[in-house]
Design a protein around this ligand. Sequence first.
Ligand SMILES: NC(=O)C1=CN([C@@H]2O[C@H](COP(=O)(O)OP(=O)(O)OC[C@H]3O[C@@H](n4cnc5c(N)ncnc54)[C@H](OP(=O)(O)O)[C@@H]3O)[C@@H](O)[C@H]2O)C=CC1
Ligand SMILES: O=C(O)C(=O)Cc1ccc(O)cc1
Length: 446
Amino acid sequence: MYAKRLKAGGIETIYVCDKPESFEKLQAEFEGTDIIVLRDGHAVSRLSDFIIYSVEAAAISPVVREYGPSTKVGAVVAGQTSVKAPEKEAFEKWLPADVGITSVHSLHGPSVTTEGQPLIIIHHRGPESNVKMVEDVFRSFKSRYVHLSYEEHDSVTANTQAVTHAAFLSMGTAWRHSAAYPWETTRYVSGVEVVKVNITLRIYAAKWHVYAGLALLNPSAQSQIKQYARSATELFKLMIENREAELSERVWEAREKVFGWSKDHDPSSSKSSTSGSSSSSTFTTQHSPADERQPILLSEDILDQFSLGMKLAQDKESPNSHLSLLAMVDCWAKLGIRPYEHLAVAGTPVFMLWIGVAEYLFRSPSLVSSAIAAGLSDRIHRPDDVEFVVAARGWSECVTFGNFDWYRKRFEETADFFSPRFEEATKLGGRMIKAIQEGQAVTSHK
Ligand SMILES: NC(=O)C1=CN([C@@H]2O[C@H](COP(=O)(O)OP(=O)(O)OC[C@H]3O[C@@H](n4cnc5c(N)ncnc54)[C@H](OP(=O)(O)O)[C@@H]3O)[C@@H](O)[C@H]2O)C=CC1
Ligand SMILES: O=C(O)C(=O)Cc1ccc(O)cc1
């Protein structure tokens, strides 16, 4: 993606390489373009003024160790790695001292437009003028530059990506263990359920190592994923033990802490009432911009257009505990995560949609009450909730254990289950993201 878009954006000379054994394959891929394919990283490093390592996070150290010493004197080196702790260590250890380090990270996948998306720039070593050079290289992307340190990068992406992916990965694992395609039941074919299903499939259709890297190698990610699993487990126990008062208190407190809305406040219906400022509150409320902004998601009717399943006229909505969402907001509250602030700095499309789904549920006091009631009494979703808790715990253990092979196996088993619908889901999901982002752009320009 970078080679092709940078070329299209006017960068004159671009050298690329893959592993030496993939040289011929890469030549075929770039045939007819002006992009110059070289045999290995030594050849690229000796010729280039700006070098971007775009490899798996787990491979960054051996790859920089091999090719870093060949870097041209005075060149600037970057990585596109999604987690920066291992990249920083590898660059410091293996790059010659006369080489600058100004790294990057585009916060989106290759099928999304670069325009308006955050592009993190990390200036770590070398003259300040290198930052301008990097900004100029990427100018044609029309991305939004965000300047962070290596450490700030890993902290913000743990908050935005790691725990969000854990939620969608758990949904996928739960559906697989229920041996049910969500679009074949009547329960996941409309409204916000469409977003849950499409994003889950989008993640499972992508490369396992991207998610494994940012979950297993980011120092802040493990504890957050563990808290998400703990939140899901504790809320579920309150549900099945029928501890209504405790469940309600916990959910409403989390709503207030994360969104700034006190229990009786419905931001959609009474714009004038104050939010999150109840003096009886025992929480320090976050003065969230949630109250002043337009909702992230589109209307339910529009979301229905992106469904993989069909809603039949006679289908009655059965109430859903939305355990995955109650657990997310509880987890954000427990960790003091401020989702809107992180979204504004460095949100990915997936994170934006996930906040949108949580916001949709938590905006409406009646939907929150109905989710709590469903959690306590509904028997239709409960088997899915059991699978969800087991799945969330399983992903958390896998990440804590830090084993890439285990992660890959868990990921690929569920990916295989969903693979027949990947093509269609990726197209639908892409259109859905575009529609929602365009809706956002329209409302933010009003
Ligand atoms: N995909 C996404 O949405 C995003 C990804 N990123 C990050 O970008 C980086 C690249 O990801 P992505 O392009 O998606 O993944 P890919 O799997 O497509 O690319 C990784 C490449 O690195 C090559 N590679 C692995 N080991 C070596 C080695 N020893 N020497 C030379 N090349 C090697 C791989 O070769 P081979 O295939 O032969 O193993 C592969 O071509 C990752 O760190 C990822 O986290 C960042 C933003 C978004
Ligand atoms: O939006 C997301 O969270 C994605 O899943 C796509 C993605 C994956 C890896 C990155 O480093 C950046 C974006």
